[in-house]
Design a protein around this ligand. Structure first.
Ligand code: RB5
Length: 142
């Protein structure tokens, strides 16, 4: 799958780790994030990844900032985006299964790199369950 990744200055190192990890799983990663540690504005990257997901350029997205919160709030302003912040593997699985989240977000200042990899793997391995969950996702879209 083609996967977008985006990050601000708080998450550049973790971005490279996750990019390499996801590529190792056989995916193509498109980098929309900053590549250095200069202070920058996370909404820019949330918007870029959100747009790539919403317009179908990529199958899903990964967003990382200090907490995962600001960048996911920005992405969720794009119609069609369902970005979910996760700090554990169970939530990462369930946001796909129940919410059909098309972006997973986490905080570089919150989770370590091994947990971050596990969160991404748990999300990518999960499948949307549909049924009653589809009805609820449709309600969100409305
Ligand atoms: C940057 O210092 C920090 O505010 C940002 O990475 C993020 O945590 C915001 O939600």
């Amino acid at each position: 799958m083609k996967i977008a990744i985006g990050n601000d200055h708080a998450a550049t190192e973790l971005k490279w780790t996750i990019k390499e990890y996801v590529e190792g799983l056989g995916h193509e990663v498109v980098n929309f994030g900053t590549d250095d540690n200069e202070s920058c504005d996370y909404p820019e990257f949330g918007k870029a990844v959100g747009r790539a997901v919403a317009n179908g350029e990529v199958g899903c997205g990964i967003l990382i900032c200090g907490t995962g919160v600001g960048i996911s709030i920005a992405a969720n302003k794009i119609k069609g985006v369902r970005a979910a912040v996760c700090s554990d593997v169970t939530t990462a699985h369930l946001v796909k299964e129940h919410n059909n989240a098309n972006i997973i977000a986490f905080g570089a200042r919150i989770v370590g790199q091994e947990l971050a990899k596990d969160i991404v793997k748990s999300y990518l391995d999960a499948e949307f369950a549909g049924g009653r969950h589809q009805r609820r996702v449709d309600m969100i879209e409305e």
